[in-house]
Design a protein around this ligand. Sequence first.
Ligand SMILES: Cc1cc2nc3c(=O)[nH]c(=O)nc-3n(C[C@H](O)[C@H](O)[C@H](O)COP(=O)(O)O)c2cc1C
Length: 229
Amino acid sequence: MLPENWEAFADVLARRHCKRSFVDMLVPVDVIERVLVAAAGAPSSRNSQPWRVSVVTGGVKQALADALCAEFDRGVPPHPGYANRLPVTDDVTERRARDAAQGVLAAKGIHRFDEPARRAHLRDNLAFYGAPVEMVFHLPGASPPGVFLETGLFLQNVMLGLVACGLGSCPQFSVAGYPDVISSVLGLADDRVVVCGLAVGYPDESAEVNRFHPARAEIDEYVRWHGAG
Ligand SMILES: Cc1cc2nc3c(=O)[nH]c(=O)nc-3n(C[C@H](O)[C@H](O)[C@H](O)COP(=O)(O)O)c2cc1C
């Protein structure tokens, strides 16, 4: 027999997948606030609570999207303030990355060799997939890995809270590729490192791209049991 609340918990977890298309509906500020307050219950070493998030909407969100897209259109290569992958990865990791990327493109009707359409998809990232809210997570520039870990716990809480409120989201490392643009538009101090963006809104459930769920590994691939029993 499953414990009480398990189904509700598992349902929220299962419904948290990336949403990359949103309906034209504003998100009430009090809903966002409720989610962020609950998310800040995340644990952190020495209760340091290092996460900071800028919630960007309306005209500022549009100005940010315009500035990011202009940089992209000028051909400026992304220059994130930290690395998000190992310099050398294995075949399994590469296959997963390829399947995930191609799945999104296919769901948007983009052929994998259609370079202009692929580029338009990348650009779409920088316009936050049309979401009415963009959150930007940032930290002190010299943050060690543990601080990123804690911010990830907060970020996951935010995404789950959004699901529980009927909202969808997509975390975006792509947005962190232009930290100088973000700092300039949002007035962040120069020594901040942008961790990622998070596109937030009410998902368009009729959009094929929102129904794409990349496969997960079997439990034996990521768990090793130690001890008897
Ligand atoms: C830190 C982080 C950064 C990500 N950056 C992007 C991004 O820039 N653009 C995008 O479309 N998806 C991005 N993703 C989404 C991943 O591709 C996605 O989580 C993964 O393929 C699993 O799919 P699912 O979240 O729908 O289950 C990011 C996810 C994380 C956790």
